[in-house]
Design a protein. Structure first.
Length: 344
């Protein structure tokens, strides 16, 4: 079972402001709206899109509420925007929409802070760990780091990560049930820059003898914060391609069969799940027979887009004992799979 995470607070953002003056508030609302759009799309084309730029200049029209609070970093404005309008804006601008279900990535970071090379643990108070946590919140990309308990330290050392020994790290990552794992290295250079390297692998890589990285990136940055920004941008680009959905305008249709729906609460949970999927435009129950239920879904993107999103949901499992084309329905051209729904 994968460990995808459901992201909350996709409609709110907090921005530091100089004062409560109208001009400062207007600038802060624009930045907050951009942050929310980035959370819900992740597309790198966001800032250059003409429709997005026009909407940012009128950010107050999408605001549900805002408030000020005094924090250690100074005065902050927290704004919440109307979700439906945010999603509609992204759709009309031709940009992808990324739903609440996000893949979880385990990060193995080999760093050289304080002149010593070491791995960074999940509970570390190091600045780079906190910087990853902040970037994770800003981009809506769930991250975790290894515990680095005895089991981890017996399985992986800093040279395994630095040497990009993916097979060794894949085996150690299996216990965390994350959807992906990334190996990251930071090295300080004589010119005070930071040399970084990142390679991303799918959890399924453990079963493949000779697997290559899904994403690789390396380079030099002025500091660790800048290096983390570059790494998070690479992760975001990949995940958006995999899981965010752009309206194709084709009105593709898919059917999904659940073969173990025995309680009303399962129907409620399934329909609540479909309602928040970025790939689904409309849906309805097409047929019911015993505990078999077939849903028909009208999609924003393709059936492949839908299948990618479904793989992130822990409560959905393909029923390998029930082949597609089961006796439920004779028209199975649109049936993408027979599933079981595990209620909470």
């Amino acid at each position: 079972m994968a460990a995808a995470v459901e992201i909350d607070q996709l409609d709110s953002s907090t921005v530091t402001v100089d004062s409560r003056a109208n001009n400062d508030r207007s600038d802060a609302l624009q930045q907050a709206l951009f942050n929310v759009l980035l959370l819900n799309s992740g597309a790198k084309e966001l800032r250059g899109n003409a429709q997005i730029q026009a909407a940012l200049s009128n950010a107050s029209s999408l605001v549900v509420q805002y408030s000020y609070e005094q924090a250690e970093d100074g005065l902050q404005l927290r704004a919440t925007f109307e979700h439906d309008k945010v999603i509609r804006l992204l759709r009309e601008a031709g940009l992808p929409v990324w739903g609440k279900q996000r893949p979880l990535t385990l990060v193995w970071l080999a760093s050289d802070t304080e002149g010593e090379r070491h791995l960074v643990a999940d509970e570390s108070a190091a600045e780079e760990r906190q910087a990853f946590a902040k970037a994770s919140r800003q981009r809506g990309i769930p991250l975790m780091f290894p515990l680095l308990d005895l089991d981890d330290l017996m399985a992986v050392n800093v040279n395994d990560v630095r040497g990009q020994f993916a097979d060794t790290v894949a085996k150690a990552s299996a216990r965390y049930q994350a959807d992906y794992f990334a190996m990251v290295t930071f090295d300080s250079s004589p010119d005070n820059q930071v040399q970084y390297q990142m390679s991303l692998y799918a959890r399924s890589a453990l079963a493949t003898p000779f697997f290559t990285a899904l994403v690789s990136r390396n380079g030099a940055a002025q500091d660790r914060a800048a290096a983390i920004d570059e790494i998070m941008l690479s992760l975001s680009d990949y995940f958006v391609q995999q899981y965010a959905v752009t309206d194709s305008g084709q009105a593709d249709v898919a059917q999904i069969e659940f073969n173990n729906v025995a309680h009303m609460r399962q129907l409620v949970e399934i329909e609540s799940f479909f309602s928040q999927l970025s790939a689904v435009k409309h849906f309805y129950i097409k047929s019911v027979q015993g505990n078999h239920v077939v849903y028909q879904l009208q999609l924003f993107g393709s059936r492949d887009d839908l299948s990618n999103v479904l793989r992130l949901e822990q409560r959905i499992r393909l029923d390998e004992n029930q082949p597609i084309g089961s006796p439920m329905d004779s028209t199975t051209n649109n049936l993408i799979g027979v599933y079981r729904w595990d209620a909470k």
